[in-house]
Design a protein around this ligand. Structure first.
Ligand SMILES: C/C(=C\CNc1ncnc2c1ncn2[C@@H]1O[C@H](COP(=O)(O)O)[C@@H](O)[C@H]1O)CO
Length: 255
């Protein structure tokens, strides 16, 4: 098994990918070595040394994305297959976002990430992938036009928020929920403002929204108004209209 390089076997032309990583011990990643390993006296394995790498990831991400202009981050399952309802909605979301004048940022992986990159790329727009080092072989999907590889989830997550003016969230699993809830907390705590978060597919998301309202709000663990952080759409058209109503085409990240 090779370490992911962010390259693709596809012959499709694209701008070179940034980042990349060296292979560590089998099954380990930079994230896991930072979070999960015993302290070591070898200097290159110490946390202060890792800070340099972490810093370089932020610098590289800021550098690669500073000039992209308005953008929307699209999240969703890594497991959806071409032809499935969720995948095809993702393609449509990517296409409509580009037609609305914004770049599309995804995690650069397969499934709904690939779908949104594909729609954006086919529509002739800027299709960005923020890849993550994982313990199994993984490359950037072939529809990414500008790719940046990250070792650390937390550095990558900063980029999704900093360089987008809203999120569209397709159905997904734990990774998607992680990204969704992080964004919700940033809005709830006013770390980001005017940041629309649009969930696509009410059948999929309604049970979660009902649980937040009927359990979390009722127990006083979140405010009733926190539920309004999320907006619900059933089609790609609705989702893009809602996220663009937040003014995504007008605002860009401060440098
Ligand atoms: C599971 C498989 C591949 C995983 N590859 C990923 N590449 C890039 N980003 C990923 C990957 N897996 C998860 N993510 C991030 O989480 C979200 C999707 O996670 P979910 O658990 O599938 O909902 C996604 O938005 C990414 O940012 C094998 O095909």
């Amino acid at each position: 098994m090779n370490a992911p390089t962010g390259s693709t076997s596809s012959s499709r032309r694209r701008k070179p990918l940034l980042g990349g990583w060296r292979k560590g011990p089998a099954g380990s990643t930079a994230d896991s070595r930072l979070l999960d390993t015993e302290p070591s006296s070898d200097f290159t394995h110490t946390d202060p040394w890792r800070v340099m790498r972490i810093q370089s990831e932020f610098v590289q991400g800021f550098d690669a994305l500073a000039e992209i202009g308005p953008a929307i981050s699209v999240f969703g399952s890594a497991r959806t297959k071409p032809g499935s309802r969720h995948y095809e909605t993702g393609v449509e979301v990517g296409r409509l976002l580009v037609e609305a004048g914004v770049a599309v940022i995804t995690g650069g992986g397969p499934g709904s990430m690939e779908a949104a990159n594909r729609g954006a790329s086919e529509a002739g727009g800027l299709s960005i992938g923020l890849g993550i080092e994982l313990p199994f072989e993984q490359g950037m999907n072939q529809w990414v036009g500008r790719g940046v590889d990250f070792r650390y989830f937390f550095a990558r997550k900063t980029m999704f928020v900093k360089y987008a003016q809203g999120f569209v969230v397709l159905p997904g699993g734990l990774g998607t929920l992680d990204e969704l809830f992080e964004a919700m907390v940033l809005v709830q705590t006013s770390k980001v403002t005017q940041f629309p978060i649009v969930l696509v597919d009410s059948i999929f998301w309604s049970p979660l929204l009902a649980w937040i309202k009927d359990v979390m709000v009722v127990e006083g663990l979140v405010s009733p108004g926190d539920v309004d952080i999320l907006q619900l759409a059933d089609t790609a058209e609705e989702a893009v209209a809602l996220v663009m109503a937040g003014g995504a085409g007008k605002r860009v990240a401060a440098s």
